[in-house]
Design a protein around this ligand. Structure first.
Ligand code: FAD
Length: 406
């Protein structure tokens, strides 16, 4: 039995545990996860861990001894399969049970798989865990051609690393532009051009028919129009499915993730949910119920829960932010651009330093800043304040954004 049991030892889980101790919580705490490693950062998996620039030790969220030093029990390689809210206990895959006072569900999601033939053969990879990336790394030497399915951030970041390695990379995107779900068209076109300039074959509006294989290993991808793209490796980056079945089976409200209130409480007693799996009403999405897949969201929700458990009443109201590294381009985003009705490009994309500003009803709701950290830092106040600047001023790089914040 633990006073607080945290299920999922990723970004949100780790932050919840360390925030509880930081808030002087004195009860027993366990951080339980199904991966074998202590909590580590996931973003480098498609960036500098994949490229070999950072060894695993440098992507640990805290040094391995941190957890025991703070009396946090790490229960690794263990998977929760069922939750009994009435009895306040969880069941693990090996049949054992653990009781809890409060349960924090921080399980993230599992990569969405292709539904087509060949999706499960060797050489087809998701990018979600260290194990996924280590497996890809062992296959790299024997790989000269890679097909990346999905033109989202993870797929594009992996493509950038592979292009740098000199691999022949093709990116397949079903929609008519990359990053379509998260960014405005100018940003999509910019990244498409950058990848093409680095030799990546970006194909838009294409759909996959099947993975071709020989002796259980991928040999290529066949498109719906019959085109065959030979490849030794296929990377699938088409989103995640939130890992919430045990909670939903126990009766928690939800569907796309598990529903939580402003303090990340689920509809079940003493059970909180945070991070990628938590569907919450987000003020920066106009109050819409959404899941956010970002380190910011996982960490900030974890902090809210730690405070709630300590008796606080703070509500989740954090400004969303995110980043992506591709080649020498550092993208930093603040706010949420979904629902925008106008876009202003600030600076010249050809100079490889610019920002896309998203507006709704005249007010700034988000910025995507490429090699433009100053805009990112100063633009935050425009998003938070819901500022409605003159568009010509917004577009003028001579006018610092902070001067528009009012
Ligand atoms: P996770 O960190 O995924 O942790 C969940 C843990 O729970 C996992 O270890 C999982 O295996 C485990 N688990 C699941 N079910 C169970 C169960 N039943 N029992 C026990 N354990 C379970 N975000 C950014 O902000 N910036 C970026 O640049 C960025 N890049 C990314 C690149 C990659 C390749 C990936 C995969 C993600 C990236 N993200 C990025 C997203 C970010 O990593 C996630 O939003 C963040 O990890 C969410 O934290 P979490 O705690 O919700 O889930």
């Amino acid at each position: 039995h633990y006073d607080v049991l945290i299920v999922g030892a990723g970004h949100g889980g780790a932050q919840a545990a360390l925030m509880l101790r930081q808030q002087k919580f004195e009860g027993t705490v366990a951080l339980l996860g199904d991966e074998p490693e202590p909590p580590y950062e996931r973003p480098p998996l498609s960036k500098d861990y994949f490229s070999g620039e950072k060894p695993f030790e440098r992507i640990l969220i805290r040094p391995a001894t941190f957890w025991s030093d703070r009396n946090i029990d790490l229960l690794l390689s263990r998977r929760v399969t069922a939750v009994d809210p009435a009895a306040h206990k969880v069941t693990l895959a090996d049949g054992s049970t653990i009781g809890y006072g409060k349960l924090i569900w921080a399980t993230g999601g599992s990569p969405r798989r292709l539904a087509c033939e060949g999706h499960g053969v060797k050489g087809v990879h998701a990018v979600r865990t260290r194990a996924d990336v280590d497996q890809m790394m062992t296959e790299l030497e024997a790989t000269s051609r890679v097909v990346v399915i999905g033109g989202g951030y993870i797929g594009l970041e992996a493509a950038a690393v592979l292009a740098k390695f000199g691999k022949h990379v093709t990116v397949l995107e079903a929609l008519d532009r990359v990053l379509a779900r998260v960014a405005g068209e100018p940003l999509s076109r910019f990244y498409e051009a950058e990848h093409r300039a680095h030799g990546v074959d970006v194909r838009l509006g294409v759909s996959v028919d099947c993975i071709l294989e020989s002796d259980g290993r991928a040999t290529g991808v066949k498109l719906a129009d019959g085109t065959v793209l030979p490849a030794e490796m296929v990377i699938v980056g088409i989103g995640i499915i939130p890992a919430v079945e045990p909670l939903l089976a126990a009766g928690a409200a939800g569907g796309n993730g598990v529903d939580v209130d402003g303090q990340c409480r689920t509809s079940l007693p003493d059970i909180f949910a945070i991070g990628d799996c938590a569907a919450h009403d987000n003020a920066f999405a106009g109050g819409a119920r959404i899941r956010l897949e970002s380190v910011q969201n996982a960490n900030d929700q974890a902090t809210i829960v730690a405070k709630a458990i300590m008796g606080g009443d703070e509500q989740y109201h954090a400004v969303p932010w995110f980043w992506s590294n591709q080649y020498d381009l550092r993208l930093q985003t603040v706010g949420l651009s979904t629902g925008h009705d106008a876009i202003v490009t600030r600076g010249d994309p050809a100079a490889r330093s610019f920002s896309i500003v998203y507006l709704k009803g005249g007010k700034v709701i988000a910025l995507d800043c490429v090699n433009a950290t100053k805009d990112y830092v100063q633009g935050r106040a425009l998003v938070v304040g819901g500022i409605a600047p003159a568009l010509d001023q917004l577009a003028d790089t001579e006018v610092p954004l902070k001067s528009l914040a009012g």
